[in-house]
Structure formats: C-alpha cells, structure tokens
Design a protein around this ligand. Structure first.
Ligand code: ADP
Ligand code: MG
Length: 404
C-alpha cells in the first residue's frame, strides 16, 4: 500500500481522531429497549489500531456512523448501544458524547489526557456527514492533531468524516493516515486486484445482478474461472434459454448476461442443479431439479449437490479464491445447504494452503453463521467497499490519505 499508516507517524501525547466502522447489527429498533450489538466483528477489527495508538501515548476521539438514520431523531441509532461493548473489548472506560461536534464536544476534548477514549455520536445524526460538508469536516479536524481512517467499510463513500476529514486535517497541517484494518483489507483484496496468484477462482452469488454484473466482468478479466450461484445464476440460466419459473431474475440484465456467456464461454461456470420451492418461505417444500427441469410454477432458492460437486472440481488446485454472495437464501435453514457446503469446502481449502477471501456483507454473515469465520484467510469487514475495490474502482476515503 502506498499510503502512510499509523506506524509512519508520531502519536505520543497527541489527540488522534479515528474514523472507525462501528456500523454493527443491533438487537432492536426500539429506543426504549436495552439495545445491544448482535455481532461485534467490526468493533473487534478496529482493536489493533486503537490499542496501538493507546500504547503509543495517544488520546482517542472515535467516530463512526451507525445504520441509516434519517436524522438525530432516530434514537435507536445512537452510539450508546456500541459504547458498552467497545469499552468491554478495550478494557477501559469510554466516554460517549451526545453530539458529533459543538461546544460540548470541544470542552470534553480540551481536557483529554493520553489514554483517554471518547466516542462521538453517530456521524449520520449530523446533516453534513453524507453531504461531505466542509464546515463539518473542519470542525472535526479542529478537535485533533492527527486523523486516522480505519473505516474500510465506509471507504467507498466521500463523506465529511472520511474523505472531507482527511482534507481538512491536511489543511491545518496534520497527518491523515490509514489504520491497521484499512492496511489489512487493502493487502488482502489488493492481491486479488493487482497481482493474483493463479489458478484464481472467483465465486459470485447473492441477489442483485445489476449491481454485480460489472464486477463479474472485472473478475472474468482477472480470474481463471468465475463460478456463479445464488440468485445471480437465474438470470444467466434464463439467458441460456432455460425455464426459470418464478425465480428471481432481472430481465434488464439479460442482454449483459448473454454477452458475458458468449464472450467468456466456459470460464463462466453455472449451476447444473438447483433446489426449488413453490414460494419464498422458510417452510416451503423443497425439491432438487436439474437446471433444464425447473418447473414453471417454482422458484430456485439454492444450488443443488451436483453443482457443489462441479464447483468443488473447479476449485481443486486453486491458489486464490474470492467469494462474494451466498449460494442461496441462507437466511432460511432449508435453503442454506449450498452456502454452508461451500463455506465448509473453502475452509478445507484454507487448510491446504489456499488463500480464501470473503467479501460482501451477507457472505460474511453466512460464514460467521456457519461458525467458519476463523478458518478463512480474510473476511472483509466492508460489504460495498470490498465489491467496489474488486471492481477496480478507487475508494475516495483511501485515495485522499497521505502518500508514503
Ligand atoms: P453480499 O451482501 O454478500 O454481497 P447480496 O447482498 O448480493 O450478497 O445477496 C444476499 C442475498 O441474496 C441474501 O439475502 C439471500 O437470501 C439472497 N439470495 C441468494 N440466493 C437467492 C435466490 N436463489 N433467490 C433469491 N434470493 C437469493
Ligand atoms: Mg448484501
């Protein structure tokens, strides 16, 4: 990575503003409940950076967005639910403030000493955050001597606490550098983009083909094979002329799917059998059928065992595997078999020395749900950010940081 990290700067005695990604799932949407964090992966992922800074004599001002609040009135998205878990994981008290910027914040920050940690309120409670408002960035920059961006999951968005904040810090002469999580994500995903070892097999699944079709083509240019499962596969199967019944299909994407099939031929590997159901429901009757035999009144909700065997064969000998998107509706146990089987298969490949990288929010959840998170070489904490990076896009939150 050609960006400076916290290793390259002096933080001793400094106030360091760290943009973290604490956008975690919560137990409830009711502000009257005792809302808890149901998956603390992203908080844990920030700990190496936070602990390093504290060990090197910094005072930490942390900020993150949480969920998609429409305004500060969406109280259930307040950072109160996060601060308790954060404090437990850091093993020290963390003071949570009720504003993003303002006199109250300035006052508390002015009295901070090395080792102190505060957490600002949800950055999206401020109307300037998503507008990348310069005034907000400058107010944030005023609080600190150093800016650290460790929020890989937000790096694809130019917001006031990310892109704008780095510029504001540079304007006042302070460093704007990457944290360890950012560095780790870029190292893992960057390999797949810049110089992947071969054979390289990419696996794509999930739902929205229009969002992912560009990514599929980019992967076809880098990987030796691209295996397609999940909802994405249906559009390709339809493009091949198969009946897909009531399956999720994006008809607008059919011409693109046809073009990819023509251009890339057998480097694009589709399911050979699928699990179909009458309806989109957890208890729907399931049956496995070959892809040429999908009944017109049914929908494909998972890949079948022959497909997994085919995918397994394609994966043998691979040196790098990148997986994005579940193979089926894994939220329903009955249609999670394909996704779980693939996760297990990939875990065994890791044991054989294969580099396996998981990108995408739901894919990461599926691997965690299968209890295989520790097994993988790398699970990206950034859903959208990891996809944009794999697509070959420049992420504004990273591009703006100080060069080495
Ligand atoms: P990721 O977050 O990993 O990028 P996506 O958001 O693209 O993945 O897709 C995840 C969603 O795709 C899941 O909610 C899953 O239920 C859905 N899905 C997977 N396969 C199918 C299918 N055959 N039909 C309908 N939905 C599917
Ligand atoms: Mg998703």
């Amino acid at each position: 990575m050609n960006k400076k990290t916290i290793r390259d700067i002096d933080v001793n005695g400094k106030k360091v503003l760290v943009r973290v990604d604490f956008n975690v799932p919560l137990s409830s949407k009711d502000p009257n409940d005792n809302i808890t964090v149901t998956d603390d992966t992203r908080i844990r992922a920030a700990l190496p950076t936070l602990n390093y800074l504290l060990e090197h004599g910094a005072a930490l001002i942390l900020m993150s967005h949480l969920g998609r609040p429409k305004s500060a009135e969406d109280k259930h998205f307040a950072m109160d639910s996060v601060v308790h878990r954060l404090s437990q994981l850091l093993g020290r008290p963390v003071r949570k403030l009720d504003e993003v910027v303002g006199d109250g914040v300035r006052e508390v920050v002015a009295s901070m000493k090395p080792g102190d940690v505060i957490l600002l309120e949800n950055t999206r409670f401020h109307p300037g955050e998503k507008k990348n408002d310069e005034a907000l960035s400058r107010q944030l920059a005023e609080l600190a001597d150093v800016y650290v961006n460790d929020a890989f999951g937000s790096a694809h968005r130019a917001h006031a606490s990310t892109e704008g904040m780095a510029r504001a810090m540079r304007e006042k002469g302070g460093p704007a550098v990457a944290g360890f999580l950012m560095e780790k994500e870029l190292a893992a995903l960057g390999t797949a983009v810049d110089n992947p070892p071969h054979p390289y097999v990419a696996i794509m699944g999930g739902a929205k083909i229009s969002d992912k079709i560009k990514l599929i083509e980019n992967l076809l240019n880098k990987a030796d094979k691209v295996l397609i499962g999940g909802g994405l596969a249906n559009t390709f199967l339809k493009a091949q002329g198969h009946e897909v019944g009531k399956s999720l299909v994006e008809d607008e994407a059919l011409p693109e799917a046809e073009r990819l099939l023509k251009t890339y031929g057998d480097r694009l590997v589709l399911p050979v059998d699928v699990v179909v159901a009458d309806e989109f429901a957890a208890d729907a009757d399931a049956a496995t059928v070959p892809v040429w035999g999908i009944p017109a009144d049914k929908m494909a909700l998972d890949v079948g065992p022959d497909t997994l065997e085919r995918f397994n064969a394609e994966l043998q000998g691979a040196r790098l595997v990148v997986w994005n998107g579940p193979m089926g509706v894994f939220e329903f146990e009955r249609f999670a078999k394909g996704t779980n089987a693939l996760a297990n298969l990939l875990a065994r490949l890791v044991d054989l020395g294969v580099e396996v990288i998981i990108g995408g929010g739901d894919s990461a959840s599926a691997v965690i749900q299968a209890g295989l998170a520790d097994k993988m070489s790398h699970i990206s904490t950034g859903g959208g950010a990891s996809l944009e990076l794999l697509e070959g896009k420049t992420l504004p939150g990273i591009a703006v940081l100080d060069d080495k």
